[in-house]
Design a protein. Structure first.
Length: 185
């Protein structure tokens, strides 16, 4: 397995994945949904606790983390995104937090994530397609920000664990005014 390098094919693949998952109408698989919920709740806990090294370790080498800025979701090849990071960029972002020089995070955000409505479907290779609703509360400089989101994941089994291949966070107000999103949404 290789580190992801964003290219035309990857842009198309993540866009197709998100588009298809947004239009999913099949009933979710209960066992797959329970597994996915456990993975997403663990991820939320790691982020809320600021355990970024452990969070990064949950990603596959070919992972992509995308926060689209349009509704409906548009192809990131032709539309601006809040971010579209491969694993190297995710690691860079976390390394910046660790330096204490992430000025937009001075003081750092305190967050609480609520995950609900987790649905999952098994793919032919054993990976899971996951869709969930979430809310991230961000407390910083005496201001509470609330970010309702649709979460979309591709999770791949690796050994006794699951790795995040895609993490897509689609904000409800993605095409509206934006405040400081310098923390991990």
């Amino acid at each position: 397995m290789n580190l992801a390098t964003l290219d035309t094919a990857m842009y198309e693949e993540i866009f197709s994945f998100a588009t298809e998952l947004r239009s999913e109408t099949a009933v979710a698989e209960p066992a797959a949904s329970a597994t996915a919920e456990a993975v997403l709740v663990r991820e939320a806990r790691l982020l809320d606790d600021g355990n970024y090294a452990a969070w990064v370790a949950t990603f596959a080498l070919d992972a992509l983390y995308w926060v689209p800025s349009s509704f409906p979701i548009e192809n990131p090849r032709v539309s601006v995104s809040y971010l579209l990071d491969d694993l190297r960029r995710i690691e860079d972002r976390i390394a910046l937090f660790d330096t204490g020089w992430a000025h937009a995070q001075l003081p750092p955000s305190r967050t609480k994530r609520i995950i609900s409505g987790v649905e999952a479907w098994t793919e032919a290779d054993g990976s899971l397609r996951v869709r969930a609703s979430g809310v991230t509360y961000d407390w910083r400089k005496d201001v509470m920000e609330t970010h309702p989101v649709t979460l979309m994941y591709r999770l791949r089994p690796e050994g006794d664990d699951w790795k995040i291949v895609y993490r897509i966070v689609h904000r409800l107000d993605c095409d509206g005014p934006t405040t400081n999103l310098s923390y991990i949404l």
